[in-house]
Design a protein around this ligand. Structure first.
Ligand code: 5GP
Length: 120
C-alpha cells in the first residue's frame, strides 16, 4: 500500500525550523521559499504546512479553507515576485514516475526567463 507521511522529510524539517530556508512568504496555511537548486532565475516552492504527500492527499484530505488558502498563496507569491507580467510556470511532481524527491506536497514556480516548451 501507500507509505505514510514521513515526518523526517526535508520540508517537514524546514517547517519545524530545524533547517533554514530563504523564505518568500508565509501565512497560516503555507510557506513559500527559494529552491536550493534553482532551475530558473526564479524558482520558488510553495508547500502546505499540513502533512500531505501527493496532490490527491491534499485535494481529498485538506479542509476547503486550506485548499483555498494554498491556491491563493501560490497566486499571491506569483504576484508579489512580479511574475504576472512576464509569465511563469507552475509544476508539481507526484510519486515515483514524476521523480518527486521530497515526499511533502509542493508546487514549483519557475520564472525569470523564457521557459521553452513544456517537455512532458
Ligand atoms: P521534487 O523533485 O520533489 O518535485 O522537488 C524537490 C525540490 O526541493 C528540488 O527542486 C530541490 O532542489 C528542492 N530541495 C531539496 N532540498 C532542499 C532544501 O534543503 N532546501 C530547499 N530550499 N530546497 C530543497
Amino acid at each position: 500500500g501507500k507509505p505514510p507521511y514521513d515526518d523526517s522529510n526535508i520540508f517537514a524539517r524546514i517547517l519545524r525550523g530545524e533547517i533554514p530556508c530563504r523564505k518568500v512568504y508565509e501565512d497560516q496555511w503555507c510557506l513559500a521559499f527559494h529552491d536550493i537548486n534553482p532551475q530558473a532565475p526564479h524558482h520558488v516552492l510553495v508547500i502546505p504546512k499540513s502533512p500531505y504527500i501527493s496532490f490527491a492527499d491534499f485535494s481529498a484530505g485538506a479542509p476547503d479553507a486550506e485548499i483555498a488558502g494554498f491556491i491563493r498563496a501560490v497566486g499571491h507569491v506569483a504576484n508579489m515576485l512580479g511574475f504576472e507580467e512576464s509569465g511563469y510556470r507552475l509544476l508539481a511532481n507526484m510519486g515515483p514516475d514524476s521523480h518527486q524527491e521530497v515526499p511533502h506536497f509542493h508546487v514549483h514556480l519557475f520564472a525569470g526567463r523564457p521557459l521553452g516548451p513544456m517537455l512532458v
